[in-house]
Design a protein around this ligand. Structure first.
Ligand SMILES: Nc1ncnc2c1ncn2[C@@H]1O[C@H](COP(=O)(O)OP(=O)(O)OP(=O)(O)O)[C@@H](O)[C@H]1O
Ligand SMILES: [Mg+2]
Length: 256
């Protein structure tokens, strides 16, 4: 595999009795109440569940954006719960691609500059190869003609594609996406899902959060959370995945 692989035992991550509490002035919110599951390398998981069930909290922990209150989160051989802030930042910047629901693009920067942002956190000047890689990624997500546009000059779907290109700039082993198709029309949703399928076929592990059945059916596996607990964990058969892809394409609105 060409991208940074930090799994030595065939697992992208292993989550054991993971808990996350938010302590507020008047109360403690128990967002995750003990969640356990494994994600083999190359898996493609959709996380579903009602609003407030803990999906984003879980994804943020998997992405090392936050630390658990208790329990273990293994990324390869490393227990994230025991890592220092520097180690977490290193994992985040080199091994994980995170796609935020709200895109989180920097408004003052162009498409190509936004894609470059994670490289700046590595503190080194950009190499020619890295610059070329930004251009290649912009092309891959269909924005080769929009390199100098700023986010306000792009549609929601285009902004989401910039966010996905940015998440891929470090050639991540692990792609985490919080409702990546939440605000998109069916055609753009399909483009993003096909992009994820391609990335997964290359061997990258994907975990995405979604509210949409049509999106979750495209994953290899669906985990459902309820009240901070894992309610169920199911595998999608290849027939279910193929059928969902066929249905999406057949029901695509005609382009005008
Ligand atoms: N930073 C925080 N401080 C306090 N409470 C929080 C914080 N983040 C999340 N919560 C609470 O934790 C619970 C789980 O929130 P989370 O954002 O994980 O839900 P979700 O499943 O992603 O919901 P949605 O589908 O609406 O995005 C909620 O009750 C939420 O209010
Ligand atoms: Mg959420």
């Amino acid at each position: 595999m060409s991208f940074s692989d930090f799994s030595t035992e065939g697992f992208a991550c292993r989550v054991v009795d993971l808990k996350k509490e938010f302590v507020l002035k008047s109360e403690t919110v128990r967002a995750l109440r003990g969640v356990t599951f494994d994600v083999p390398t190359g898996d493609y998981v959709a996380i579903m569940g009602p609003s407030g069930s803990g999906k984003s909290t879980l994804l943020n922990l998997l992405g090392c954006l936050d630390q658990p209150t208790s329990g273990s989160l293994w990324l390869g051989d490393d227990d994230v719960a025991k890592m220092t802030d520097d180690q977490l930042a290193d994992i985040r910047s080199r091994r994980i691609g995170f796609v935020f629901q709200a895109y989180n693009l920097i408004q003052q920067l162009t498409v190509v500059e936004n894609i470059q942002v994670p490289l700046f956190y590595q503190g080194k000047p950009l190499s020619r190869e890295q610059h070329q890689r930004c251009l290649d990624l912009a092309n891959m997500v269909g924005l080769g003609e929009r390199l100098d546009h700023r986010p306000t000059q792009l549609s929601g779907g285009q902004q989401q594609r910039v966010a996905i290109a940015r998440s891929l700039i470090n050639d991540p082993f692990f792609i985490l996406a919080d409702e990546p198709t939440g605000n998109l029309d069916s055609r753009t949703t399909e483009e993003i899902l096909q992009l994820f399928e391609r990335l997964n076929n290359e061997g990258r592990t994907i975990i995405l959060v979604t509210h949409e059945d049509e999106v979750s059916k495209r994953a290899k596996r669906v985990i459902r959370l309820k009240d901070g607990r894992l309610q169920w964990d199911r595998t999608n058969s290849q027939e279910v995945r193929d059928e969902a892809a066929r249905y999406a394409i057949e029901n695509m609105p005609v382009e005008v």
